[in-house]
Design a protein around this ligand. Structure first.
Ligand SMILES: *Cc1c(COP(=O)(O)O)cnc(C)c1O
Length: 368
């Protein structure tokens, strides 16, 4: 048993002294929120770092998802995936939109683009895919379906911070992309999130919506919400940006070591890197099938006994939760790939803080 508990992730943090310097500035100015200097600088540096035109930072990713739907006036039905975190469909329900669950590809777990069109009805207004584990969806095909049927595309890009395809940020795909900076994600601001947009009018609309719809001292243009990122989060995010490349490089080394130690084990499937992708190595999922000595849940429980806390991410499928039963039932037979993957997946610990010794220890515990 490992003396120390190894959790599925451990947040990256900047040096405390640096954050204390930021705190001193906040104490000097007395500006705590409302598009303050750290907020403005963070949006600027973030857009540059990510290679996107416009970004609006939020207090968390879920409010960013909800606001993205408002910003594009999405209504009726939205085609999304059951293989995701529950925030994805919850953001639809909070906007009175019906989620329509589309099955996934059996390898990477992204929405199966060949199954989208059959789900389109006269009420469909948008597609909300997820770049699962940071592996990009088939954006060109999704785009051509959306064009043909006059639908919007909002990507839940919560896993996709800094991921590029042939040098271009995948956050530039679709109409909007939504990020999460939750403590468990590759890039964190304690909690936080963002919407990437592609024109200044849309960014302005989003910025109004996240601040009550207020555009001037005596003007409210629409019923917005309060979803602003505050100065503490923004100052922290600016420091995180200095470390992110080094942290992703550490995650990559961890991934390569895991792959080396776990290759060719009967009953364990690993994910290969997709071609032409600069990855962020945000997760290390393995897929346990019947050829392995233990069931997936058996391995999960056994690793716990060694103080290794993995996660079955995503299990159960969101479409099996009670609020979603009725939406899923009409399509249930078509979600077989999603069911299968959710029964097989186990995400092993990965972070910039994970040591080689810990990885060796984890892989030995799996092989035992
Ligand atoms: C983390 C996550 C979210 C929610 O983000 P929060 O910042 O925690 O609100 C949404 N979708 C997916 C796929 C996520 O993993």
């Amino acid at each position: 048993m490992s003396k120390e508990k190894i959790f599925v992730t451990k947040p990256s943090m900047p040096p405390l002294e640096d954050f204390v310097e930021s705190l001193k500035k906040i104490w000097e100015t007395g500006v705590l929120t409302n598009d303050g200097p750290f907020h403005q600088e963070f949006e600027k540096q973030l857009a540059e770092y990510l290679g996107v035109k416009y970004i609006s930072v939020f207090s968390n990713g879920t409010l960013a998802l909800m606001t993205a739907l408002q910003a594009l006036n999405i209504k009726g039905e939205v085609i999304t995936t059951p293989y995701t975190f529950v925030a994805t469909p919850n953001s639809l329900i909070w906007n009175n939109i019906d989620p329509v669950f589309c099955d996934i590809d059996p390898v990477y777990g992204n929405m199966d683009v060949d199954k989208i069109e059959a789900l389109i009805t006269p009420r469909t207004t948008a597609i909300m895919p997820v770049h699962v584990y940071g592996n990009p969806c088939e954006a060109e095909k999704i785009e051509s379906i959306a064009k043909k049927h006059n639908l919007k595309i909002i990507y839940d890009a919560a896993h996709a911070f800094a991921v590029k395809k042939k040098g271009n940020s995948i956050l530039n795909f679709g109409d909007l992309s939504v990020l999460s900076f939750h403590a468990t994600k590759t890039f964190n601001t304690f909690e936080g999130g963002a919407i990437v947009s592609h024109d200044s009018a849309t960014k302005t609309r989003i910025d109004n919506l996240k601040n009550f719809g207020i555009t001037g001292e005596v003007t409210v243009v629409e019923p917005g919400i309060n979803a602003k990122m505050n100065e503490l989060q923004s100052a922290f995010g600016l420091l995180q940006l200095k470390e992110i490349d080094a942290n992703i490089a550490k995650r990559k080394l961890a991934t390569l070591l895991y792959r080396k130690l776990l290759k060719d084990i009967e009953g364990i499937r690993l994910l290969e890197d997709m071609a032409d992708i600069e990855h962020n190595y945000s997760y290390f999922p393995i897929f346990i099938n019947e050829k392995f000595d233990l069931t997936r849940d058996g391995l999960y429980e056994k690793l716990k006994l060694s103080n290794i806390f993995t996660r079955r991410y995503f299990y159960p499928l969101v479409s099996t939760f009670s609020p979603y039963n009725s939406f899923a039932s009409s399509h249930k037979n078509n979600l077989s790939n999603a069911y299968k993957l959710s029964e097989e997946v186990l995400c092993l610990p990965i972070s910039s803080e994970l040591s080689n010794e810990q990885i060796v220890f984890i892989t030995q515990a799996i092989k035992k």
